[in-house]
Design a protein around this ligand. Structure first.
Ligand code: CP
Ligand code: NVA
Length: 301
């Protein structure tokens, strides 16, 4: 069974294959109306379940559109409307779903939910974000970087802000795609210890971005963070906002990325988000292409 659970759990050569396949599929349908079926239909006769225990715009729509372009059918399910949200075990849910669908994508809170789903499902499971990681996002980010600035290998990526789930997948990707990753943020929001050794830390954001090829940030308060922590987090993170002076200290052709949704003028200014170095809309589009390649990989198509 080929699941896509995390970037460090998929061999580096397979990750490279997914990125190349995504770029290829994207090129083939350039300029076509979004609903045009792909020339080949690898997901014909396939049913895909998309389960969401948290809100989503990009993940929900890009997976749904991607499956349809490849000839498959989707079912978008809210975790709370399923028995899953009312006491049925994840293992039993996984066994039952495997009798109806060919592929499961799940966005959930606890990583354990994803892992149990994968353990008990007899169809591939894809991680659509957990409290700990967001691997599909970073596959799209690697694709986006390479489209604009060439191979990511050996490049310098700087993350400014909260050491959260999206950062964690960047850290896994740094090892697999062989780029340098620097974290700049407060000590209190340092990434989890399991990621030690995959990145370096520089507390001073101005110093951190020197020589950067890519500057990335994300929301200061994630979906799994208690709203009560909002003000404290804002106070801790204000100095790590990605603004023009910070971007000016990176390489002139440095890209700016944000997985979105953004809180404009908190973690990044509108000037940067809408500025010449920003590739956030390509990044959002590339969720579609990257995930299509991930689904093909999981299904061996
Ligand atoms: N970036 C991302 O995963 O966005 P959604 O929460 O809208 O899916
Ligand atoms: N870190 C954010 C990412 C959203 C796509 C969250 O988990 O809410």
């Amino acid at each position: 069974m080929t699941h896509f659970l995390d970037i460090h759990k998929t061999p580096a050569a397979d990750l490279r294959g997914i990125i190349d396949n995504a770029a290829d599929m994207k090129a083939k349908r350039a300029g076509l109306p979004k609903g045009t079926p792909d020339e080949d239909q690898p997901l014909a006769n396939h049913m895909v379940a998309l389960i969401f225990e948290k809100p989503s715009t990009r993940t929900r729509i890009s997976f749904d559109v991607g499956v349809r372009q490849m000839g498959g059918q989707t079912m978008v399910l809210s975790g709370k409307d399923m028995q899953l949200g009312h006491g049925e075990t994840i293992a039993d849910t996984a066994r039952v779903l495997s009798r109806y669908v060919d592929l499961i994508m799940i966005r959930t809170f606890e990583e354990q939910t994803l892992l149990e789903m994968a353990e008990y499902a007899s169809v591939p499971v894809i991680n659509g974000l957990t409290d700990r990681t967001h691997p599909c996002q970073i596959m799209a980010d690697v694709l986006t970087f390479e489209e604009h600035n060439g191979p990511i290998k050996g490049k310098k990526v700087v993350w400014s802000g909260d050491g959260n789930n999206v950062f964690a997948s960047f850290a896994h990707a740094a090892k697999q795609f062989e780029f340098d990753l620097t974290f700049t943020g407060p000590e209190t929001l340092q990434p989890e210890a399991a990621l030690d050794g995959l990145y370096t830390t520089e507390r001073d954001p101005m110093k951190a971005v020197e020589g950067a090829d890519l500057v990335v940030t994300d929301t200061w308060v994630s979906m799994h963070d208690p709203q009560s922590a909002r003000e404290r987090r804002h106070n801790q993170l204000r100095g790590y906002q990605v603004n023009k002076p910070l971007m000016d200290n990176a390489k002139p052709d440095a890209l700016f990325m944000h997985c979105l949704p953004a809180h404009r003028d908190d973690e990044a200014t509108s000037e940067v988000m809408d500025g010449p170095n920003s590739v956030i809309w390509d990044e959002a589009e590339n969720r579609l292409h990257a995930q299509k390649a991930i689904m093909r990989y999981c299904l061996g198509k």
